[in-house]
Unconditional design. Structure first.
Length: 242
């Protein structure tokens, strides 16, 4: 069953998302980039506010792919008490070396690797995630310029990503400026998560406050949309996604 992930930046927004039926509260600061990190104290306050009513994830920020920095950031974020830590595989640096140093940490930390459709790594990110024992992968967009995930990748490529992650036993989420109108088609691919920020906010602006009616509308779509069999074939993931 696909779950509804709502990205929030403060305890009050977490409460609004919970009231609208969000399954996962995702903590990030949209003013600081695609995966902008909240201050550790804010993350701790949000975890306390959620108080076990939903799973909580948090991003480590738009970090350069430097192994020591990435490892320290992942460990520090996990120490705030979140259930999942999200790490984006950004261009530049050495993403594969970063993953290598996280192999031991992933034994105790539920790590979600974020792959960007508009800046995809030049290696098999799904295989790498499985190789270090990560909990899952998420497909997102690095540039928040009004274009959505579906503007960068056709549905069959997204379906292949979902199928490939499931074949490795990974959780798989889809995000990237998704709108309510995208939900029916994406639900047919059977991802574990659909993630939203802008679509949940006033006037569809990701930096604005959460709108409870918008949150409830997305929740209703995820509950009501029919399921269909997803493709089972895994694509060649050593090539870039876009």
């Amino acid at each position: 069953m696909t779950r509804f992930l709502a990205s929030v930046r403060a305890p009050a927004e977490a409460e609004a998302a919970l009231a609208s039926g969000a399954d996962i509260i995702d903590l990030k600061d949209p003013a600081k980039g695609a995966l902008g990190a909240l201050a550790p104290g804010t993350i701790t306050h949000c975890v306390a506010a959620v108080s076990g009513r939903a799973k909580v994830s948090a991003t480590v920020g738009d970090l350069p792919m430097m192994p020591d920095l990435v490892r320290k950031s992942v460990v520090a974020t996990a120490a705030t008490g979140v259930d999942y830590v999200k790490l984006g595989l950004f261009p530049g640096g050495d993403a594969q070396a970063c993953l290598s140093v996280l192999a031991d940490e992933a034994k105790d930390i539920r790590l979600i690797l974020v792959v960007f459709a508009d800046a995809s790594p030049r290696f098999d990110a799904i295989g790498a995630a499985a190789g270090i024992g990560a909990s899952g992968v998420m497909l997102d967009t690095a540039r928040k310029d009004g274009r959505s995930l579906l503007d960068h990748l056709a549905l069959d490529r997204i379906a292949g990503f979902v199928a490939g992650a499931h074949a490795e036993g990974l959780l798989v989420g889809l995000a990237g400026s998704l709108k309510a109108s995208h939900v029916p088609a994406l639900l047919k691919l059977r991802p574990d998560l659909l993630g939203f920020r802008g679509a949940l906010c006033t006037n569809g602006t990701r930096g604005a406050n959460l709108d409870r009616e918008a949150c409830a509308a997305v929740r209703a779509l995820i509950l009501a949309a029919p399921r269909q069999a997803a493709p089972s074939a895994r694509p060649e993931l050593s090539a870039p996604l876009c």
